[in-house]
Design a protein around this ligand. Structure first.
Ligand SMILES: Nc1ncnc2c1ncn2[C@@H]1O[C@H](COP(=O)(O)OP(=O)(O)OP(=O)(O)O)[C@@H](O)[C@H]1O
Ligand SMILES: [Mg+2]
Length: 528
């Protein structure tokens, strides 16, 4: 090595082509000398070679991971320097996957390892797709590695599934945090809301727009995904997530194009083929062409009507507020649909009332609110005791009662708590595993508060103001079921009066006699 000019001539500034290969060769054959050379070069004009070698060494060490145990350790030896370079994002991906695998393997039961590992496998699939699309030389180098990691993880998940069966662990059907799709058996209840919508849609000759109004995580999107099951066949629901493509478009042409595409996709799922709308024609006068397209859509609908469900309307409002879209054009288009297109019924969904969004109120007159709130008790019981066919966990009667009390039949909270109960049961001895007791429910509470932290933190940070937080903490401190008198709160907090209405509107507290208490015990626990 020392015969190489990079070492005897410290002023050597010429680019020395195969220096990196040479260095790698040395490191592999004489690690001590190689490492010293690497350190020396990293401060010399031949730094590029040291860097290239380091990247290749990292790649090789990641490639050597042959099982999940090796993958879980990989992040400990990966050094991602503070200096950003082209590979840092790649290395960070591997490092994070390794950490996630490590965290998953720390779970006690095979079943509980499998859940987070499935997330890891999903991520790996996504990365693999992205890697495949890139022709960047480093991405190309790391592609086979991510592929091999994916294989290792998916194979291990399969092994775990076998172990779960052998050890008779309970398979959790609960889905937390993502809206339920049409295929998911666990979607429960909501027939009453379906009926209310039908009444409004079919019977009110004024065809008012509907607002599906409910607090965060109350199940608005899940309901919209499943609404087809509850409506007669003559109403074709088309679901548009305004948080997605339409609102992220950069201009009106992009907006209507994405809107039309989402409508097409939705219709297709229900066996209705809509004409497609070409993007180019939209450039000059997007709304005129969009209306022409709607004419064709109406023909394709024959006798049917469309329920155009726009989820997260607040996001579109935000885009209008930022000036990305023109209020009059976009909201005027909705009004046009309501007034002149009897085949289209508009439904907005969100966690705010129209009154809170004045802009909309002036375009959409006569909005009818359909309130979505807690499940009915029978629906929540079903979610606890028979979430899916072949569910193998039974509950003692008082344990079911306790889940109902703690969650007040809030669909997300029922799923959250029940999922944690299964996690606990799977760690217990098989002889007592299949029966959930009151003690199990109590033990799952802290776990649920922790794993559902994002839900509770959103309430605390985004839905109430400082006084609201203080009032909630004050009531929470009085214990389970406590009602604090209005008088008392007014004494404690200067601007309590205006805050009450906010807390009531967010459905966090309720008025009982002449005082206020928490609506949901689990939420109170968070504020203790
Ligand atoms: N009908 C239902 N049956 C069973 N579980 C449900 C139902 N509706 C909602 N959930 C549970 O609540 C969670 C949240 O549902 P969803 O995302 O549909 O709520 P959302 O009101 O759209 O929330 P956000 O305001 O955050 O958009 C789901 O992941 C699921 O666990
Ligand atoms: Mg939603």
């Amino acid at each position: 090595m020392r015969f190489h000019s990079a070492f005897w001539d410290e002023w050597q500034r010429l680019y020395l082509p195969s220096l990196d290969k040479h260095l790698l060769f040395v490191i592999e054959n004489n690690p001590v000398e190689g490492k010293a050379a690497l350190e020396y070069l990293s401060t010399s004009p031949q730094r590029w070679a040291a860097q290239a070698v380091q990247i290749e060494l990292d790649a090789r060490s990641l490639q050597r991971c042959a099982d999940v145990e090796a993958i879980r350790e990989a992040h400990r030896s990966l050094v991602i320097g503070e200096l950003e370079n082209e590979v840092s994002p790649l290395l960070r991906i591997f490092s994070r996957i390794s950490e996630d695998v490590d965290a998953a393997l720390n779970q006690a039961s095979a079943y509980n390892q499998r859940l987070p590992l499935r997330d890891v496998a999903d991520k790996l699939n996504l990365h693999l797709q992205n890697f495949a699309r890139s022709s960047d030389k480093y991405t190309v180098r790391f592609y086979p590695i991510i592929k091999s990691w994916r294989e290792i993880v998916t194979n291990y998940i399969k092994e775990l599934a076998k172990i779960t069966e052998l050890r008779q662990e309970i398979d959790s059907p609960y889905i937390i945090g993502v809206p339920l799709t049409l295929e998911q058996e666990i979607f429960t209840g909501r027939n009453d809301i379906g009926l209310r919508m039908i009444e409004q849609l079919l019977l009110d000759y004024r065809r008012p727009p509907l607002l599906l109004y409910g607090q965060r995580r109350m199940g608005k999107t899940s309901l919209l995904n499943n609404i087809g099951k509850l409506l007669p066949n003559s109403i074709i629901p088309m679901f548009i997530d305004l948080q997605g493509a339409p609102s992220s478009a950069s201009d009106h042409a992009g907006f209507v194009y994405n809107l039309a595409r989402e409508m097409e996709k939705s219709a297709k799922k229900q066996g209705v083929t809509l004409p497609s709308l070409a993007r180019e024609v939209l450039k000059s006068d997007p709304f005129t062409y969009f209306y022409e397209w709607l004419d064709k859509v109406e023909q394709a609908l024959e006798e049917n009507t469309v329920l155009l469900a726009l989820d997260e309307f607040e996001v579109l409002d935000n885009a209008i507020a930022k000036g990305r879209f023109d209020e009059q054009d976009v909201l005027g288009m909705l009004r046009h649909l309501i007034q002149h297109r009897p085949r289209f019924k508009i439904l907005l969904a969100g966690s705010h009332t129209i009154e809170e969004y004045q802009r909309w109120a002036s375009y959409l007159i006569n909005v009818q609110v359909v309130h979505i709130s807690y499940l009915k008790e029978a629906e929540a019981r079903q979610l606890i005791e028979r979430p899916v066919k072949d569910f193998t966990l039974r509950y003692e009667p008082n344990a079911v009662e306790r889940v109902l009390q703690l969650t007040r039949c809030h669909p997300f909270l029922v799923q959250l708590l029940c999922a944690e109960i299964i996690v606990l049961k799977n760690e217990q001895d098989p002889s007592i595993r299949r029966l959930a007791t009151l003690a199990d429910v109590e033990a799952a509470i802290p776990e649920a508060l922790q794993s559902g932290g994002f839900f509770f933190a959103d309430i605390q940070n985004n839905q109430v103001n400082a006084t609201g937080q203080a009032i909630l903490r004050f009531i929470a401190a009085q214990g389970e079921g406590a009602i604090v008198s209005r008088q008392r709160l007014l004494q404690e907090f200067a601007d309590a009066d205006i805050t009450f209405s906010l807390l009531l509107q967010r459905e966090l507290i309720e008025e009982v006699a002449d005082g206020y208490g928490f609506q949901v015990e689990l939420i109170r626990r968070w504020f203790v």
